[in-house]
Design a protein around this ligand. Sequence first.
Ligand SMILES: *[C@@H]1O[C@H](CO)[C@@H](O)[C@H](O)[C@H]1NC(C)=O
Ligand SMILES: *[C@@H]1O[C@H](CO)[C@@H](O)[C@H](O)[C@H]1NC(C)=O
Length: 346
Amino acid sequence: MAFSRTFHITTSMIAILCQTIHAASPEPCGSEQSINGMMLKGHVFQTIKASHSALLALDCLTACNNDIRCQSFNYVISLSICELNNRTKEAKPDNFVPNPERYYFKRYKGRVALGSIPELPADSCWEIKVTEGEKAVSGEYWFNSIIPSKSILAYCDMDTLDIDECSASKNVCDVNAVCTNTEGSYSCSCKPGFTGNGKHCSAPVVTVTSSCEDLTLEQTNITGFIFSTLRDYYKYKNNMECKWGVSSNTKLELTFYTFKTEEDKDILEIYDGSSSNSPLIGSYSGTSLPPPITSSSHELYIVFSTDYSDREPGFQASYRAITEGSVRLRRSEIPLTGTVEIFHDD
Ligand SMILES: *[C@@H]1O[C@H](CO)[C@@H](O)[C@H](O)[C@H]1NC(C)=O
Ligand SMILES: *[C@@H]1O[C@H](CO)[C@@H](O)[C@H](O)[C@H]1NC(C)=O
Protein backbone atom coordinates (compact mmCIF):
# COMPACT_ATOMS: atom_id res chain seq x y z
CA MET A 1 0.00 0.00 0.00
CA ALA A 2 2.69 2.45 1.03
CA PHE A 3 4.64 1.55 -2.06
CA SER A 4 1.88 2.31 -4.54
CA ARG A 5 1.15 5.63 -2.81
CA THR A 6 4.79 6.67 -3.10
CA PHE A 7 4.79 5.60 -6.67
CA HIS A 8 1.71 7.68 -7.42
CA ILE A 9 3.29 10.84 -5.92
CA THR A 10 6.45 10.18 -7.83
CA THR A 11 4.78 9.91 -11.20
CA SER A 12 2.69 13.02 -10.73
CA MET A 13 5.65 15.07 -9.60
CA ILE A 14 7.71 14.02 -12.57
CA ALA A 15 4.80 14.86 -14.81
CA ILE A 16 4.63 18.38 -13.36
CA LEU A 17 8.36 18.84 -13.66
CA CYS A 18 8.38 17.64 -17.24
CA GLN A 19 5.54 19.98 -18.15
CA THR A 20 7.31 22.91 -16.53
CA ILE A 21 10.55 22.13 -18.28
CA HIS A 22 8.81 21.45 -21.56
CA ALA A 23 6.88 24.71 -21.45
CA ALA A 24 10.04 26.69 -20.72
CA SER A 25 12.16 25.11 -23.39
CA PRO A 26 11.72 23.38 -26.71
CA GLU A 27 13.91 20.54 -25.51
CA PRO A 28 11.94 17.43 -24.60
CA CYS A 29 11.87 16.10 -21.06
CA GLY A 30 14.03 13.15 -21.92
CA SER A 31 16.00 10.77 -19.77
CA GLU A 32 19.03 12.97 -20.25
CA GLN A 33 17.55 15.56 -17.92
CA SER A 34 16.01 13.32 -15.27
CA ILE A 35 17.69 10.21 -14.02
CA ASN A 36 15.69 7.94 -11.80
CA GLY A 37 17.19 6.50 -8.63
CA MET A 38 20.42 8.46 -8.83
CA MET A 39 21.87 11.48 -7.05
CA LEU A 40 24.96 13.67 -7.07
CA LYS A 41 26.56 13.46 -3.65
CA GLY A 42 28.59 16.11 -1.85
CA HIS A 43 27.89 19.20 -3.97
CA VAL A 44 24.68 20.48 -2.40
CA PHE A 45 24.90 24.19 -1.70
CA GLN A 46 21.22 24.73 -0.86
CA THR A 47 18.21 22.63 0.11
CA ILE A 48 14.70 23.71 -0.91
CA LYS A 49 11.65 22.60 1.03
CA ALA A 50 8.39 22.82 -0.85
CA SER A 51 5.31 24.36 0.74
CA HIS A 52 3.31 21.49 -0.70
CA SER A 53 4.64 18.33 -2.27
CA ALA A 54 2.80 19.08 -5.49
CA LEU A 55 4.64 22.41 -5.74
CA LEU A 56 8.08 20.91 -5.25
CA ALA A 57 8.83 20.53 -8.91
CA LEU A 58 8.12 24.15 -9.68
CA ASP A 59 9.78 25.52 -6.52
CA CYS A 60 12.83 23.47 -7.24
CA LEU A 61 13.15 24.47 -10.86
CA THR A 62 12.61 28.12 -10.03
CA ALA A 63 15.19 28.02 -7.23
CA CYS A 64 17.75 26.40 -9.54
CA ASN A 65 17.06 28.80 -12.39
CA ASN A 66 17.41 31.77 -10.06
CA ASP A 67 20.80 30.78 -8.68
CA ILE A 68 23.84 31.20 -10.92
CA ARG A 69 25.67 28.47 -9.01
CA CYS A 70 23.02 25.83 -9.71
CA GLN A 71 24.28 23.19 -12.13
CA SER A 72 21.91 20.34 -11.29
CA PHE A 73 19.62 19.17 -8.51
CA ASN A 74 18.56 16.08 -6.62
CA TYR A 75 14.88 15.65 -6.13
CA VAL A 76 14.07 13.87 -2.83
CA ILE A 77 10.64 12.28 -3.18
CA SER A 78 10.07 11.08 0.39
CA LEU A 79 11.06 14.36 2.08
CA SER A 80 9.47 16.81 -0.36
CA ILE A 81 12.78 18.59 -0.68
CA CYS A 82 15.23 19.21 -3.43
CA GLU A 83 18.95 19.72 -3.23
CA LEU A 84 20.66 22.24 -5.49
CA ASN A 85 24.11 21.12 -6.66
CA ASN A 86 26.96 23.34 -7.81
CA ARG A 87 28.28 20.57 -10.07
CA THR A 88 26.93 18.20 -12.70
CA LYS A 89 27.42 14.44 -12.83
CA GLU A 90 29.83 15.00 -15.75
CA ALA A 91 32.13 17.07 -13.54
CA LYS A 92 31.97 14.61 -10.64
CA PRO A 93 31.28 11.14 -12.03
CA ASP A 94 32.57 9.47 -8.86
CA ASN A 95 29.93 11.27 -6.80
CA PHE A 96 27.06 10.23 -9.01
CA VAL A 97 25.63 7.36 -6.99
CA PRO A 98 22.45 5.26 -6.79
CA ASN A 99 19.82 6.44 -4.35
CA PRO A 100 16.28 4.98 -4.53
CA GLU A 101 14.75 8.09 -2.89
CA ARG A 102 16.09 10.54 -5.43
CA TYR A 103 16.01 11.76 -9.00
CA TYR A 104 18.82 13.67 -10.60
CA PHE A 105 18.19 16.59 -12.96
CA LYS A 106 20.74 18.54 -14.88
CA ARG A 107 19.94 22.18 -15.31
CA TYR A 108 19.88 22.99 -18.96
CA LYS A 109 18.18 26.36 -19.09
CA GLY A 110 20.54 29.22 -18.34
CA ARG A 111 23.19 26.99 -16.82
CA VAL A 112 26.37 29.02 -16.38
CA ALA A 113 29.55 27.39 -17.72
CA LEU A 114 31.73 25.98 -14.95
CA GLY A 115 34.66 28.26 -14.13
CA SER A 116 33.23 31.18 -16.12
CA ILE A 117 32.22 33.26 -13.08
CA PRO A 118 33.93 33.75 -9.70
CA GLU A 119 30.87 32.31 -7.91
CA LEU A 120 31.38 29.02 -9.70
CA PRO A 121 35.09 28.24 -9.67
CA ALA A 122 36.29 24.91 -11.06
CA ASP A 123 38.67 22.44 -9.45
CA SER A 124 40.50 21.58 -12.67
CA CYS A 125 40.64 22.12 -16.42
CA TRP A 126 39.45 18.55 -16.86
CA GLU A 127 36.27 19.31 -14.93
CA ILE A 128 35.50 22.23 -17.23
CA LYS A 129 36.21 20.19 -20.33
CA VAL A 130 33.95 17.28 -19.40
CA THR A 131 31.16 19.60 -18.28
CA GLU A 132 31.24 22.02 -21.20
CA GLY A 133 32.44 19.73 -23.98
CA GLU A 134 33.11 21.53 -27.26
CA LYS A 135 32.50 24.93 -25.70
CA ALA A 136 35.51 24.56 -23.44
CA VAL A 137 38.37 26.36 -25.18
CA SER A 138 41.76 27.39 -23.82
CA GLY A 139 41.52 30.64 -21.92
CA GLU A 140 41.02 32.17 -18.51
CA TYR A 141 38.74 30.48 -16.01
CA TRP A 142 38.01 30.77 -12.31
CA PHE A 143 39.57 28.09 -10.12
CA ASN A 144 39.33 27.30 -6.42
CA SER A 145 42.23 24.85 -6.45
CA ILE A 146 45.12 27.31 -6.82
CA ILE A 147 44.77 28.98 -3.42
CA PRO A 148 42.55 27.05 -0.97
CA SER A 149 39.03 28.50 -0.63
CA LYS A 150 39.77 31.42 -2.94
CA SER A 151 38.34 31.95 -6.40
CA ILE A 152 41.25 32.82 -8.70
CA LEU A 153 41.31 33.60 -12.42
CA ALA A 154 43.99 31.70 -14.35
CA TYR A 155 44.78 30.44 -17.83
CA CYS A 156 43.78 26.90 -18.69
CA ASP A 157 45.19 24.98 -21.65
CA MET A 158 42.39 22.69 -22.81
CA ASP A 159 44.76 20.45 -24.77
CA THR A 160 47.15 19.63 -21.93
CA LEU A 161 44.47 20.34 -19.26
CA ASP A 162 47.13 22.31 -17.37
CA ILE A 163 46.39 25.40 -15.30
CA ASP A 164 49.06 28.08 -15.64
CA GLU A 165 49.27 29.07 -11.97
CA CYS A 166 51.81 31.76 -12.87
CA SER A 167 49.06 33.60 -14.79
CA ALA A 168 46.78 33.62 -11.73
CA SER A 169 45.05 36.87 -10.81
CA LYS A 170 46.67 36.58 -7.37
CA ASN A 171 50.41 35.90 -7.00
CA VAL A 172 51.14 32.29 -6.14
CA CYS A 173 54.80 33.12 -5.45
CA ASP A 174 56.34 35.92 -3.41
CA VAL A 175 56.45 39.26 -5.24
CA ASN A 176 60.25 38.94 -5.15
CA ALA A 177 60.20 35.51 -6.80
CA VAL A 178 60.12 34.12 -10.32
CA CYS A 179 57.21 31.77 -11.05
CA THR A 180 57.66 28.84 -13.45
CA ASN A 181 54.65 26.90 -14.67
CA THR A 182 55.07 23.13 -14.99
CA GLU A 183 52.56 20.55 -16.15
CA GLY A 184 50.19 19.96 -13.26
CA SER A 185 52.08 22.30 -10.95
CA TYR A 186 54.43 25.30 -10.71
CA SER A 187 57.56 26.37 -8.90
CA CYS A 188 58.76 29.59 -7.28
CA SER A 189 62.33 30.78 -6.80
CA CYS A 190 63.48 33.98 -5.15
CA LYS A 191 64.89 36.66 -7.41
CA PRO A 192 68.62 37.44 -7.20
CA GLY A 193 69.36 39.30 -3.99
CA PHE A 194 66.55 37.59 -2.05
CA THR A 195 66.47 34.48 0.04
CA GLY A 196 63.71 32.02 0.89
CA ASN A 197 61.68 29.17 -0.61
CA GLY A 198 60.05 31.23 -3.36
CA LYS A 199 56.69 31.37 -1.58
CA HIS A 200 58.34 33.73 0.86
CA CYS A 201 61.43 35.70 -0.11
CA SER A 202 63.19 38.24 2.05
CA ALA A 203 66.28 40.36 1.89
CA PRO A 204 69.24 38.57 3.45
CA VAL A 205 70.29 39.68 6.90
CA VAL A 206 73.40 38.71 8.82
CA THR A 207 74.02 39.26 12.50
CA VAL A 208 77.30 38.69 14.29
CA THR A 209 78.04 38.32 17.94
CA SER A 210 81.56 38.36 19.28
CA SER A 211 82.79 37.22 22.69
CA CYS A 212 85.69 39.67 22.38
CA GLU A 213 84.87 43.32 22.22
CA ASP A 214 85.77 45.32 19.13
CA LEU A 215 86.82 42.42 16.94
CA THR A 216 84.00 42.80 14.46
CA LEU A 217 83.98 45.92 12.38
CA GLU A 218 82.03 47.67 9.67
CA GLN A 219 78.98 45.52 9.95
CA THR A 220 76.05 46.05 7.56
CA ASN A 221 72.91 43.95 7.04
CA ILE A 222 74.63 41.46 4.78
CA THR A 223 78.37 41.91 5.10
CA GLY A 224 81.05 42.72 7.64
CA PHE A 225 84.60 42.15 8.70
CA ILE A 226 86.12 40.05 11.42
CA PHE A 227 89.59 40.81 12.75
CA SER A 228 91.82 39.01 15.24
CA THR A 229 93.45 42.24 16.40
CA LEU A 230 91.97 45.24 18.05
CA ARG A 231 91.66 48.37 15.99
CA ASP A 232 95.04 50.18 15.74
CA TYR A 233 96.95 47.16 17.02
CA TYR A 234 99.33 45.36 14.74
CA LYS A 235 99.36 41.96 16.47
CA TYR A 236 96.83 39.85 18.35
CA LYS A 237 97.12 39.18 22.08
CA ASN A 238 98.44 36.15 23.89
CA ASN A 239 96.03 33.86 25.75
CA MET A 240 93.08 34.86 23.61
CA GLU A 241 89.94 32.79 23.25
CA CYS A 242 87.56 34.68 20.99
CA LYS A 243 84.37 33.33 19.48
CA TRP A 244 82.14 34.75 16.77
CA GLY A 245 78.68 33.56 15.94
CA VAL A 246 77.54 34.57 12.46
CA SER A 247 73.92 33.86 11.62
CA SER A 248 71.71 34.66 8.68
CA ASN A 249 68.56 33.66 6.82
CA THR A 250 70.71 32.28 4.02
CA LYS A 251 74.09 30.65 3.48
CA LEU A 252 77.24 32.48 4.46
CA GLU A 253 80.63 33.00 2.98
CA LEU A 254 83.83 33.88 4.80
CA THR A 255 86.78 35.16 2.77
CA PHE A 256 90.23 35.74 4.20
CA TYR A 257 92.48 38.39 2.85
CA THR A 258 95.30 38.25 5.38
CA PHE A 259 96.39 35.37 7.57
CA LYS A 260 99.43 34.81 9.77
CA THR A 261 99.48 32.99 13.11
CA GLU A 262 101.97 30.99 15.12
CA GLU A 263 102.00 27.60 13.44
CA ASP A 264 100.09 24.90 15.38
CA LYS A 265 99.82 27.12 18.45
CA ASP A 266 97.53 30.01 17.61
CA ILE A 267 94.63 28.36 15.89
CA LEU A 268 91.52 29.44 14.05
CA GLU A 269 88.64 26.95 13.87
CA ILE A 270 85.53 27.38 11.78
CA TYR A 271 82.34 25.36 12.30
CA ASP A 272 79.37 24.95 9.98
CA GLY A 273 76.67 25.81 12.52
CA SER A 274 75.98 27.62 15.76
CA SER A 275 78.57 26.10 18.11
CA SER A 276 81.76 24.07 18.39
CA ASN A 277 79.52 20.96 18.37
CA SER A 278 78.69 21.70 14.72
CA PRO A 279 80.73 20.09 11.91
CA LEU A 280 84.26 21.48 11.74
CA ILE A 281 84.95 23.07 8.36
CA GLY A 282 88.64 23.65 9.03
CA SER A 283 91.35 24.40 11.53
CA TYR A 284 93.98 26.90 10.38
CA SER A 285 97.34 28.23 11.57
CA GLY A 286 100.62 29.36 10.04
CA THR A 287 101.00 31.55 7.00
CA SER A 288 98.86 30.16 4.23
CA LEU A 289 95.60 31.90 3.49
CA PRO A 290 92.59 29.67 4.25
CA PRO A 291 90.36 29.07 1.22
CA PRO A 292 87.05 30.95 0.98
CA ILE A 293 84.57 29.17 3.22
CA THR A 294 80.91 28.62 2.40
CA SER A 295 78.48 27.36 5.01
CA SER A 296 75.93 24.69 4.22
CA SER A 297 73.82 25.93 7.14
CA HIS A 298 72.76 29.49 7.84
CA GLU A 299 75.37 29.88 10.57
CA LEU A 300 79.11 29.93 11.10
CA TYR A 301 80.89 29.60 14.42
CA ILE A 302 84.44 30.89 14.53
CA VAL A 303 86.93 30.32 17.36
CA PHE A 304 90.40 31.88 17.60
CA SER A 305 92.67 30.73 20.44
CA THR A 306 96.23 31.79 21.10
CA ASP A 307 98.79 30.47 23.55
CA TYR A 308 100.98 32.39 26.01
CA SER A 309 103.78 33.33 23.56
CA ASP A 310 104.62 34.59 20.06
CA ARG A 311 102.21 37.12 18.65
CA GLU A 312 101.49 37.60 14.94
CA PRO A 313 99.29 39.94 12.85
CA GLY A 314 96.58 37.25 12.80
CA PHE A 315 93.78 37.40 10.25
CA GLN A 316 91.34 39.69 8.52
CA ALA A 317 88.26 38.18 6.96
CA SER A 318 85.02 39.35 5.48
CA TYR A 319 81.72 37.56 5.73
CA ARG A 320 78.63 37.96 3.59
CA ALA A 321 75.22 36.50 2.95
CA ILE A 322 75.05 34.47 -0.25
CA THR A 323 71.90 34.63 -2.32
CA GLU A 324 71.22 33.43 -5.81
CA GLY A 325 73.15 35.62 -8.20
CA SER A 326 75.62 36.73 -5.52
CA VAL A 327 78.93 37.70 -7.01
CA ARG A 328 82.21 37.04 -5.25
CA LEU A 329 85.35 38.97 -6.13
CA ARG A 330 88.32 36.94 -5.08
CA ARG A 331 91.26 39.16 -4.50
CA SER A 332 94.66 37.66 -5.02
CA GLU A 333 96.96 40.63 -5.39
CA ILE A 334 97.13 44.34 -5.98
CA PRO A 335 96.23 45.60 -8.55
CA LEU A 336 93.05 43.65 -8.26
CA THR A 337 92.95 40.52 -10.34
CA GLY A 338 90.97 37.44 -9.67
CA THR A 339 87.89 35.49 -10.57
CA VAL A 340 84.23 36.31 -10.46
CA GLU A 341 82.06 33.52 -9.08
CA ILE A 342 78.28 33.45 -9.21
CA PHE A 343 76.56 31.52 -6.45
CA HIS A 344 73.24 29.79 -6.71
CA ASP A 345 71.52 29.12 -3.44
CA ASP A 346 69.42 25.96 -3.74
C1 LIG B 1 29.81 23.68 -3.82
O1 LIG B 1 29.16 22.92 -2.84
C2 LIG B 1 30.03 22.28 -1.93
C3 LIG B 1 29.23 21.35 -1.08
O2 LIG B 1 28.21 22.01 -0.41
C4 LIG B 1 30.77 23.35 -1.14
O3 LIG B 1 31.66 22.76 -0.23
C5 LIG B 1 31.53 24.21 -2.10
O4 LIG B 1 32.14 25.27 -1.40
C6 LIG B 1 30.60 24.77 -3.15
N1 LIG B 1 31.40 25.48 -4.13
C7 LIG B 1 31.10 26.69 -4.52
C8 LIG B 1 32.02 27.27 -5.50
O5 LIG B 1 30.11 27.29 -4.10
C1 LIG C 1 68.62 46.30 6.91
O1 LIG C 1 67.61 45.52 7.52
C2 LIG C 1 66.53 46.26 8.02
C3 LIG C 1 65.58 45.35 8.75
O2 LIG C 1 65.88 44.02 8.60
C4 LIG C 1 65.84 46.97 6.85
O3 LIG C 1 64.76 47.75 7.35
C5 LIG C 1 66.83 47.86 6.14
O4 LIG C 1 66.22 48.41 5.00
C6 LIG C 1 68.06 47.05 5.71
N1 LIG C 1 69.04 47.91 5.12
C7 LIG C 1 69.56 47.69 3.94
C8 LIG C 1 70.59 48.66 3.48
O5 LIG C 1 69.23 46.74 3.24
